[in-house]
Each structure stands twice: as structure tokens, then as C-alpha cells.
Write a protein that binds this ligand. Structure first.
Ligand code: AMP
Length: 504
């Protein structure tokens, strides 16, 4: 059998006329159309010199041709390398020179700048605009739709995704055909996807969430997706009457909750709301249940591993927990210093092993070695615990861990206490340089509109709930927290903003 992910997705397609994608402007793309288009694009890639194992770097807006291009790269045996359209030419320079792709596909508006960079590594440049215009689609129209999918082994690379990297250089995560296929198949089962499902796809497709979780799962299940260029609460609520699943980052859920049109009735056709990529506040989970009658299903994963854990489809979807290890995935919690496995309920480093775990960082063998244990477990960098029922709880990133006066403080614990205070929407807790303590615990808090809370009140409310060393030294109020496109709070930005607050 060909272990190429494309073959595993489509070889047993029963009905090419099934609907695969619907666009916001009402265009309907069947599985047959998508496969034929990917065949044309694979012919164009091959004709432009892409050989099996070559990288195809792609920085384009979200579109159906963009998704077909991902499938085409798989078919051609190439390694798909999606890049956030927000990256500047300066940032692209690093990715392109590091990955040395055979071809770079970019927006026509960027072609001039990209050509200069691509020339450094001898890569060709093709264009694909948001509206489907560009040299790539022009060539595809003249190409044949038939293409024999290149044979790949399970362990061959299917994609490289660069991690956002808050410190140091971004690392290229090498994902194999089997990493992606095994994870998609596991999620189809866990989340009970069928060909009756209609997914509201409002995530970007340069990230593991929108590309692998949302798209691979939908296609493998023969379900369909409504492809939205970006998230819009009114549009998403409007679509719920004929959709069945939403996959989102927590920001989707908090924004939807702010919309009065979100009700039991407007969500009654939906069967599943999934959240991930960043922590969903327990409060949001509860509010969502009260407003809609649906318990959000939270799952946990990362670029390097795909999905690791998921709250159960049947059974308790526990607010604030990221669920149980997926079948075939082993999760353990260890002492970050020694690597010794810790008992249930103890907080430590989350480590995972399974067919979902990536092959290593592109051209960084030392970094790869440093992040794996001798027995093959990957050290995720996430701190958390496993409870007596095997549910995993995330308490922060190891880079977020605050060491104040020699004592470790897990920001999530302080954040949970602050978030529970009346009038508080959310908070971010981090360590910033402190002349006496090394790092000073600092809380940045967002309050409800009109709430009148002071720093002294927050500290007073916390003092009986947190050990003194965990108490924030300062509480700062802001209108909103800085977030990246996936909804992750950018604590690195906050650390820079407040770097000097304890300066003498
Ligand atoms: P990325 O590689 O961009 O997908 O980011 C992965 C990181 O996002 C993980 O290592 C976690 O720190 C975080 N993350 C993903 N899902 C969750 C979740 N459900 N709750 C808390 N953090 C999460």
C-alpha cells in the first residue's frame, strides 16, 4: 500500500460527487473536483522541477486552490511547507534559506521580493492570489488532471511547519505521512466524524489546527466543510443552522459568547464544538454550556505532535482539562530536572510518545536530541499534571514558569484564582525581572466593561487563597491581552512591555 497521506485520504473514495468544500460565496467543490485540481497542480509542480522529497514553500491567503496545493504537494511526494501570510519578506528570508525549497508559491503582490530570496537557494517562484489568480492556476488550467500519486513510505516527510518560536530561531517541525494519517484517523473515531458532518472551517490553513486537524479529519471522514477566509461571529452563528461541527481557538468561543444571537436555538443543529491551540478558560466552558446546552470539547496538541489528548465524546468534558490521551498516544508527567516520572496529581513536564510524534527539527539534530528522552518520549515544554482519572491539565509552558525567590510558580494557578474574581474576564501572569526576587510575579488583568476593580482589591481577594510567594507583586489592568492569530496570549510581548516595572 502507498503510505502517501493523499492515498490514505482518497484511495477508497466511493463517490466523487460528494461535496467536499463550500465557499462563502456559494461555490461547491466536490471530492472529484478537489482531487482533479490537485492532480493538475501536482503536474505543474512536477513540471517545474519538484522531485520527491523536495520542499514546496507556500505563503498564500486561505483559499480552495491553496488547500488543493497542499494535496498536490503530497501527491508529488514533496514536503509541504505552509507559511503564515503575515510574515514579512525579512521573516521569509529565514524560512526560505533554511528550508531550501524547490519552489516557492506566494501572492502575486509579493512575487518581486520573494524572487530575490528564492534565487539565493535556486528555488522557482509561482504565484497564487487570494482570488485564485496567478501563474500557478494559469498553468494548472493547461495541465492534465490525472497524476499518479508518488509512492511514499510511512516515515517519509509530508510537511514541515515552522514553530512560532518565542525565543531563538523558529524550528522546522518535520512531520511524516504516518504522523498525519494516524492522527487524522484517530480523531475521526474519537470525535465520531461521518460523511453527514458539515464543519465550519474558520481557521487559517498554514497552522496544524486548520490544516491537519480540521481539513484532514473532514476529508478522511468524507464530510464537508464551509471554508471561511476568516472568523466572523455573525457569519459563524448564521451557518450553525446547517452545520454540525465547529473547530476553534478559545478566542472564537469568547467572541461568540459576546454575540446575543448565540442561543440554545441557534446552536441546536450543531453536534460538536471543539476548542484547542490555547487554553479555554473553565469559565468560558461553563458559560458556553449555560448559553447553548453544549459542552465544548477541549483537546490538546502542538505542531510537533498533532493531537495528544482529547476530552471524551461520551463522558465528562471537564472544564479546564484537556482530556485523556488519544488511543496509541502515551502521555507522562516528569520532573523537569531529572526526567523521573511523577505520580498522579504532581505537576511537571508533559512528555508524549506515539505515531503522532514528529521526526525531528529540520537540519537541527542537536535541538532534536535535546527534546527527546532516550526512550523516545518527546519533551513538550508544557507543564501540567495528570489527575486520578487520567485527564491531563495544562498549567503553562516551561518558558512561562516563574522562579521567584528560588520558588517555582506556575502562572496558570495564579491566573485561575484571578479569573474567578467577580468582574474579571481573564488574566495573564508572568515573571519579569525583579532586583530582589529574580523574577517578580506580575498579573495583567482584563475586567468586564464598567467593572471598577482596583489592584488592592485583587490582592486582598487573593491573599487567603494563594501562598505568599505566589502573590502578584503588581496587578496591571488592560483592555485586552495581546494574542497571536491562533489565540495564544503573547506573554513575550507582555514581558517586554513590563520589563522595567520593578527597576529601582
Ligand atoms: P502550536 O504548536 O502552535 O499548535 O502550539 C502548541 C502549544 O499550544 C502547546 O504546546 C500548548 O502550550 C498550547 N496548547 C494547545 N492546545 C492547548 C489547550 N487545549 N490548552 C492549553 N494549551 C494548549
Amino acid at each position: 500500500m502507498n503510505a502517501n497521506l493523499f492515498s490514505r485520504l482518497f484511495d477508497d473514495l466511493d463517490d466523487a460527487d460528494r461535496l467536499a468544500i463550500e465557499t462563502q460565496d456559494g461555490r461547491r467543490v466536490t471530492y472529484g473536483d478537489l482531487i482533479a485540481f490537485s492532480g493538475r497542480l501536482a503536474n505543474v509542480l512536477a513540471a517545474s522541477g519538484v522531485r520527491p522529497g523536495d520542499r514546496v514553500a507556500v505563503q498564500v491567503e486561505k483559499s480552495v486552490p491553496g488547500l488543493a496545493l497542499y494535496l498536490a504537494a503530497l501527491r508529488a511526494g514533496a514536503v509541504y511547507l505552509p507559511l503564515n501570510p503575515a510574515y514579512t519578506l525579512n521573516e521569509l528570508d529565514y524560512f526560505i534559506t533554511d528550508a531550501a525549497p524547490a519552489v516557492v508559491v506566494c501572492d502575486p503582490l509579493k512575487a518581486e521580493g520573494v524572487k530575490i530570496i528564492a534565487a539565493k537557494v535556486g528555488a522557482g517562484v509561482e504565484t497564487l492570489g487570494a482570488g485564485g489568480n496567478g501563474s500557478l492556476t494559469e498553468a494548472a488550467m493547461a495541465a492534465r488532471p490525472e497524476f499518479i500519486t508518488v509512492a511514499r513510505a510511512q516515515d517519509d516527510l509530508a510537511a514541515i511547519l515552522y514553530t512560532s518560536g518565542t525565543t531563538g530561531r523558529s524550528k522546522g517541525t518535520m512531520l511524516t505521512h504516518d504522523n498525519l494519517a494516524s492522527n487524522a484517523s484517530s480523531l475521526v473515531d474519537c470525535w465520531r466524524f461521518t460523511d453527514k458532518d458539515v464543519l465550519i472551517h474558520a481557521l487559517p490553513i498554514y497552522h496544524t489546527h486548520g490544516l491537519f486537524v480540521a481539513s484532514n479529519v473532514t476529508l478522511l471522514a468524507r464530510a464537508s466543510m464551509i471554508f471561511l477566509p476568516k472568523f466572523d461571529a455573525d457569519i459563524v452563528i448564521g451557518l450553525m443552522a446547517r452545520a454540525t461541527v465547529l473547530m476553534g481557538v478559545p478566542t472564537f468561543y469568547t467572541r461568540l459568547l459576546q454575540n446575543p444571537a448565540l442561543t440554545h436555538e441557534s446552536t441546536s443543529h450543531m453536534r460538536l464544538f471543539i476548542s484547542g491551540s490555547a487554553p479555554l478558560l473553565a469559565e468560558t466552558h461553563r458559560e458556553w454550556s449555560a448559553r447553548t446546552g453544549h459542552a465544548v470539547l477541549e483537546r490538546y496538541g502542538m505542531t510537533e505532535t498533532g493531537m495528544n489528548t482529547s476530552n471524551p465524546y461520551d463522558g465528562d468534558r471537564v472544564p479546564g482539562a484537556v482530556g485523556l490521551p488519544l488511543p496509541g498516544v502515551s502521555v507522562r508527567v516528569t520532573d523537569p530536572e531529572t526526567g523521573t516520572e511523577l505520580p498522579r496529581e504532581a505537576i511537571g513536564m508533559i512528555e508524549v510518545k506515539g505515531p503522532n510524534v514528529f521526526k525531528g527539527y529540520w537540519r537541527m539534530p542537536e535541538k532534536t536530541r535535546a527534546e527527546f528522552r532516550g526512550d523516545g518520549f518527546f519533551i513538550t515544554g508544557d507543564l501540567g499534571k495528570m489527575d486520578e482519572q487520567d485527564y491531563v491539565h495544562i498549567l503553562g509552558r516551561s518558558t512561562d514558569l516563574v522562579i521567584t525567590g528560588g520558588l517555582n510558580v506556575y502562572p496558570k494557578e495564579v491566573e485561575s484564582e484571578i479569573d474567578a474574581l467577580p468582574g474579571v474576564v481573564e488574566s495573564a501572569v508572568m515573571g519579569v525581572p525583579h532586583p530582589d526576587f529574580g523574577e517578580g510575579i506580575t498579573a495583567v488583568v482584563v475586567c468586564d466593561k464598567g467593572a471598577d476593580i482596583t489592584e488592592a482589591e485583587v490582592l486582598d481577594a487573593l491573599k487567603d487563597r494563594l501562598a505568599k510567594f505566589k502573590m502578584p507583586k503588581r496587578v496591571i489592568f488592560v483592555d485586552e491581552l495581546p494574542r497571536n492569530a491562533m489565540g495564544k496570549v503573547q506573554k513575550n510581548i507582555l514581558r517586554v512591555t513590563y520589563a522595567d516595572i520593578y527597576s529601582p
